[in-house]
Design a protein around this ligand. Structure first.
Ligand code: ZN
Length: 137
C-alpha cells in the first residue's frame, strides 16, 4: 500500500468527518462484516429523493471505517436513483488504495449498509451482477 494513501486512510479512520448519528433521520441501517469484526450503522436524511445528509457510527479496522467515512461524504447531494447505480468498483476507487481480496468486504461494508438501508438489498455489493456495466475503465 502506498504510504500517502495509507496516511489518508489512517487520517479518515482517526478523524472521521461524518461520525455520529443524525436525529431526526429518514433511513437507519446497520450491518457487519463477521470476517473482520467490522460494524457500521448509518443514518441518512432524504428529501425529495436526494440524500441531504449522512452520518455513520462504527468500529472495526481502518479500511472499513475510512471507507464508510468517504462514502458518507460522497453520497451527500446524490439522488437515491444515482446511488442505486453506485457500484463496488467506484467505492474501492474512492478509497484510493489497492484493497486485497481479503479486505474487500471491509472496504465495501459501508456500501452494503447503504444498499440495505435504501433498497433493502442484503447481498454483498461484490456479488457479480449484470448491473456492473460501468467499471470505470
Ligand atoms: Zn475490516
Amino acid at each position: 500500500m502506498d504510504d500517502l494513501y495509507r496516511e489518508y486512510i489512517l487520517d479518515r479512520y482517526k478523524h472521521p468527518r461524518n461520525a455520529g448519528e443524525l436525529d431526526p433521520f429518514d433511513v437507519k441501517y446497520a450491518d457487519n462484516n463477521p470476517l473482520c469484526g467490522d460494524d457500521i450503522s448509518m443514518t441518512l436524511r432524504v428529501e425529495d429523493g436526494t440524500v441531504v445528509d449522512a452520518k455513520f457510527k462504527g468500529r472495526g479496522c481502518a479500511i472499513s471505517q475510512a471507507s464508510a467515512d468517504i462514502l458518507t461524504d460522497n453520497i451527500k447531494g446524490k439522488t437515491v436513483e444515482e446511488l442505486r447505480r453506485l457500484g463496488s468498483e467506484q467505492v474501492i476507487e474512492d478509497l484510493g488504495v489497492d484493497v486485497s481480496p481479503a479486505r474487500r468486504k471491509c472496504a465495501l461494508l459501508g456500501l452494503k449498509v447503504l444498499q440495505g438501508g435504501l433498497f433493502g438489498l442484503q447481498a454483498w455489493p461484490d456479488q457479480p451482477s449484470s448491473q456492473n456495466v460501468n467499471d470505470g475503465r
